[in-house]
Write a protein that binds this ligand. Structure first.
Ligand code: GTP
Ligand code: MG
Length: 456
């Protein structure tokens, strides 16, 4: 972070653009009091609604309204903060902002108020992210979980876990310092038990965080398979609109098509792709290349097959169509489509260790089964309490932490290697600290805060 940030005073219009009853200009930094004095002719009493005229530099009245002054460190950013609540017209607010900038503030970057709050230890990173998530929340449940994160529920859980990891790490490191006692020390049940307890707690947190991420971002479900099996028909059936072109010509879809759907409040991004086959057509080749990229990045993969045909087995199909692709087999659900033209009825079966759903995209038979399956697979619970808003970045850090703990357990139980266990615990701690921002690089901070809106 550039150190100047702390000495510069920043300002922005904090209310949305357009007309409204009230419009707010927010100012934060060491010059806030001086700016208040120029615009209001006095510094308002701290944390008190102060009705006043807002003056321009030539003593013209720009507007009148409520001014609020917060003195550092007792403000959102931890700095002196001035809020001018005037009337919500774009021209008035612009001229007020211009005046504030003329008096020595500069325009805030997106998320800069939250960034300062973070840098001044008023909030941690998950809380700062929750501010943005709350503003962006698209459903009531998403908003509720963002509030939980904002109030620090998520961070608190992470911090407690970090405490436990540190405690265990110190215990193990103490053992390493006395090598002659190490063997016995590692056989000590306390270490194994504590480690298992931490692993179980982390698993719980991951479950809740995953729910939060599902709500916030929506999982990506890719429909893939050879041409003409009904991929685009399935996208249309799930989204309820004729989003994709359907035809009996193999190779109809070339682009990657994305539709956002909602199953009982669970957002999902459904992606239709070009049929996978060897093709001489350059456009189709490009479509297939993009289809493969989508498959590699998918959270869930629906391998679509034509139930009226019976040439390739599931394993052969995967080997043929997903050749050269890296994907997780656990993500794959097989769909046998077009059952209306067969003797099959809608249903879910297990075949060769794969879940297979029989349905008809065209006749809309068995779609409810697929939707239920997706909810279950993603682990979505519409009524779950205690979910906190989480982002992909948090899930990734939690996964890294979990992997280090597993490695640590292996070092302990299989190799009796205390020093390696200690190292795994250190890496676990580091991954967890990245979530709250105790240990975070600057790039990440810039990325996070620049996605915020201005005035936050
Ligand atoms: N009878 C029947 N026909 C279907 C069903 N689903 C799709 N079709 C038909 O199968 C043909 C191909 O459907 P699409 O949805 O275009 O197939 P696709 O997999 O997207 O094909 P490409 O984009 O070429 O890869 C069309 O004629 C559809 O009407 C189904 O459930 N039953
Ligand atoms: Mg298609």
């Amino acid at each position: 972070m550039n150190e100047d940030h702390h000495t510069e005073t920043i300002a922005a219009i904090a209310t949305p653009p357009g007309r409204g009853g009230v419009g707010i200009v927010r100012v934060s930094g060491p010059q806030a009091a001086k700016i208040a004095k120029a615009i209001l002719k006095t510094v308002p009493p701290i944390k008190t609604a102060f009705f006043s005229k807002f003056y321009s530099e030539n003593d013209e009245v720009l507007d009148e309204g409520i001014a609020l002054f917060f003195q550092n460190p007792h403000s959102f950013t931890g700095e002196d903060v001035l809020e001018l609540q005037g009337h919500g017209g774009p021209i008035i607010l612009d001229s007020l902002l211009k005046q504030v900038i003329h008096l020595g503030a500069r325009l805030a970057r997106p998320g800069e108020f939250s960034e300062r709050a973070f840098l001044n230890d008023k909030i941690d990173l998950t809380q700062a992210e929750a501010v943005a998530d709350l503003i962006d929340a698209a459903t009531e449940q998403a908003a509720k979980s963002a509030v939980r994160s904002l109030c620090g529920e998520f961070s608190q859980k992470i911090k407690l876990l970090v405490e436990e990891v540190i405690h265990l790490r110190m215990y193990v490191e103490a053992a390493i310092d006395f090598p002659e006692e190490e063997i016995d020390f590692l056989a000590d049940k306390f270490i194994a038990e504590t480690l298992n307890k931490i692993i179980a707690e982390l698993a719980e947190i991951r479950k809740s965080a995953k729910q939060g991420a599902i709500l916030r971002e929506g999982m990506t479900v890719v429909i893939a398979g050879k041409p003409n099996v009904g991929k685009s028909s399935l996208l249309n059936a799930l989204s309820g609109i004729e989003a994709a072109i359907v035809s009996q010509i193999a190779g109809t879809t070339r682009d990657v098509l994305k539709e956002k759907i909602n199953i009982d409040g669970m957002p999902l991004h459904i992606i239709d792709t070009a049929g996978l086959r060897e093709s001489e057509d350059v456009i189709e080749q490009e479509g297939i290349k993009r289809a493969k990229q989508a498959i590699a990045q998918a959270d869930e993969i629906l391998l679509l097959m034509d139930a009226t045909e019976n040439n390739l087995s599931i394993n052969e199909s995967l080997a043929t169509y997903f050749k050269g692709l890296s994907y997780d087999l656990a993500k794959v659900t097989v769909i046998k489509n077009k059952i209306d033209k067969t003797k099959f009825t809608a249903g879910i079966k297990t075949e060769n260790d794969f879940l297979v759903i029989y349905l008809s995209a065209k006749e809309k038979i068995g779609l409810a089964l697929l939707k239920e399956h997706l909810k279950e697979k993603v682990g979505y619970q519409a009524e779950a309490e205690g979910i906190f808003m989480a982002r992909r970045r948090h899930l990734e850090a939690l996964t890294i932490a979990a992997n280090h703990l597993q490695q640590g357990r292996k070092q302990l139980t299989e190799y009796k290697a205390g020093d390696f266990l200690a190292e795994e615990l250190r890496l676990t701690q580091q991954a967890l600290n990245e979530i709250t921002g105790e240990f975070t690089n600057e790039d990440l901070l810039t990325r996070i805060f620049s996605s915020f809106c201005i005035g936050k």
